[in-house]
Write a protein that binds this ligand. Sequence first.
Ligand code: 4NP
Length: 159
Amino acid sequence: MPSDPPPQPAILFVCLGNICRSPLAKAAFRAEAAKAGVAVEVDSAGTGNWHVGQAPDVRAQATARRHGIDISGYRGRQVSAADFRCFTHIFALDADNLAGLRAIAPRDATAKVDLLLNLVPGRAGQGVKDPYYGADDGFETTWDDVTTASRALVATLKG
Ligand code: 4NP
């Protein structure tokens, strides 16, 4: 967890279970920031608590591995009030989770809270589709979405 207040951009990605979409967003963004030489803190969390302490879904792990990234060591956690002070930006993967975040944001929140795909021209207002109950290729679509958003976010942070 970054310090409060964070010394550099600190980005938290939030989905429902923290085992599919937000771990992939964390991996993609970390890779894009490193490629661009941008120093960041990054983490992911879920609005739900069903998968706290669990590794990402095996399909998410396989997708990241196909793109050269090992996320097997990630562990699920639930978003907390402290996250709204320790992170500079919190990005929800879809509108339901954005609403969930807004509902629990403490009064002294300093993080900017937004929908991830609002970063992507032409995709504002859209959610990253939940691949959990779908076919395996849904995870590749997730990867494409979070990579596109991560590139846009890195460009914004580079300013
Ligand atoms: P995620 O996907 O929010 O992208 O991690 C899900 C994972 C688990 C569940 C729902 C969505 N679930 O109901 O357990």
